[in-house]
Write a protein that binds this ligand. Structure first.
Ligand SMILES: C[S@@+](CC[C@H](N)C(=O)[O-])C[C@H]1O[C@@H](n2cnc3c(N)ncnc32)[C@H](O)[C@@H]1O
Length: 437
């Protein structure tokens, strides 16, 4: 791709400017998802791709900035350079992308089109030319210079080093990679094989994902070459969803049965709620505290044709009983609010936004929710505790604490900590059965 237009006809220079501004918002503490949600449809794919890569290559791009600019540049220039340098680095990683001269030209254009960076046109031009040559020279060497090009705060690295002494670097390298596109076929509409045929007819290659952490998945498909969801056959009539393979374990482990009363206690945007409903006709309450996120659950269930009288989407606090009608549940899925440290490959802004003190605060919130949920579970019922975290404070420590506090809790077999890997994000799963009266 050597054209200066992006695949969505947004000039690359404009995409660079918008991406640099989006990075500025993340550095000021906003979630990248929130920033991207505000963009126009034609802007979003390219800006998402540029910002994700810029965040993933942050450490490496800043080594270049320091090497070639003796005095730290103003933030606007720094963010613009980080976006452009990531484009060179991504070319190195994938061996394809924009031509080097296009990256330089478009970054200089972006610089001159935006008032706060206008003055730095010459500087950006000179630096990017040097970086281009340096990256080219680097790519000719047999080994990449920095195995972890992404930023992780020191406390984060220290925690992983302490808890995963042999694999912590591999985990961080894994999380700095682009994540593949993984689908969940709606079992109410198609078998996985039927949907693979539909993909094939549309010229899209897919591979079934058999199991993750010993749990067999029947609906997961890997697309090595990602496509926009609008190209997926039947996407808008609910044939398929985008969902990481590690997340698809939740509904399988919960094993919903027809007619069971099930609570999804932290439900938005509804990925796991929908998967449960695809597997069995159950009586479901999808509970969510955040009013804005709550709306996404209904939207997803509508698209997947899963709305019915037995499904209720409720706004409420899972750590309190105020919303509850007092009828106990057969099963509870508790996909707790957490650091999201396991899903960095799909949310590369997270290491920039998390603070060390968040982990303890999240641990307390998770405990309050699990305590309340346990009271709402029938004797003989099961509770699945899930986080998308790799920190033991939100995973195994919680399960040990819970089992010690509850004599009526029997721990059943579940994968425990799942580390981030090529086909799955990092998750934690613990399953408890409530003993009889
Ligand atoms: C990990 S996300 C859930 C993802 C969802 N289960 C899915 O698979 O699509 C956690 C959710 O819990 C919500 N949440 C946080 N605290 C809550 C509380 N006290 N009660 C209910 N929901 C809460 C958050 O707003 C967030 O939407």
């Amino acid at each position: 791709m050597t054209d200066q237009k992006t695949p969505h006809s947004l000039p690359l220079s404009e995409a660079i400017t918008i991406s640099a501004q989006a990075i500025g918002e993340v550095m000021a503490g906003r979630s990248l998802t929130e920033v991207l949600d505000q963009l126009d449809a034609h802007e979003r794919p390219i800006v998402q791709s540029l910002t994700f890569d810029a965040l993933r290559k942050w450490v490496r791009s800043h080594e270049f900035i320091q090497q070639f600019i003796p005095k730290t540049p103003p933030l606007e220039v720094e963010y613009l350079l980080s976006v452009a340098i990531a484009l060179f680095l991504q070319n190195g990683a994938e061996g394809k992308g924009y031509a080097a001269h296009t990256i330089v030209d478009q970054a200089v254009k972006a610089c001159s089109e935006y008032e706060p960076t206008m003055y730095a046109k010459g500087l950006v031009n000179a630096v990017l030319r040097k970086v281009s040559l340096a990256v080219q020279a680097e790519n000719e060497k047999p080994y990449p210079p920095d195995p972890i090009p992404m930023f992780f705060p020191p406390w984060w690295r220290a925690s992983l080093k302490r808890n995963y002494s042999k694999v912590w670097q591999a985990m961080l390298i894994q999380q700095a990679q682009r994540a593949p596109l993984i689908l969940r076929v709606n079992a109410k509409q198609h078998t996985r094989e039927e949907y693979q045929d539909l993909l094939q007819q549309a010229g899209i290659a897919s591979e079934p994902i058999g199991e993750i952490a010993g749990i067999a998945l029947n609906s997961a498909l890997l697309l090595r070459e990602p496509v926009p969801v609008s190209d997926l056959p039947g996407f808008y009539s609910g044939a398929v969803s985008v969902q990481d393979a590690g997340a698809q374990i939740a509904a399988v482990l919960l094993d919903p049965q027809p007619g069971e009363r099930i609570l999804d206690s932290c439900a938005a945007p509804g990925g796991k709620t929908a998967h449960i409903l695809e597997l069995a006709e159950c009586e479901m309450i999808a509970l969510e505290l955040d009013g804005e996120r709550l709306g996404k659950i209904g939207g997803n269930l509508d698209r997947l044709r899963l709305q019915s009288d037995s499904v209720q989407v409720v706004r409420g606090d899972a750590s309190k009983a105020a919303w509850w009608d007092g009828k106990p549940f057969d099963k509870i899925l508790l996909d707790a609010p957490c650091s999201a440290s396991g899903i960095v490959a799909r949310h590369p802004d997270i290491p920039f936004l998390r603070r060390e003190a968040d982990i303890k605060a999240l641990q307390l919130r998770q405990r309050a929710i699990v305590e309340q949920s346990w009271k709402m579970l029938k004797p003989g019922g099961t509770l699945l505790y899930v986080t998308c975290s790799v920190f033991p404070e939100e995973g195994e420590e919680q399960a040990i604490w819970f089992a010690a506090e509850h004599a009526d809790a029997l721990r059943l077999s579940a994968p425990g900590q799942i580390l981030p890997a090529e086909l799955n994000d990092g998750f934690y799963y613990a399953l408890f059965k409530k003993n009889g009266p």
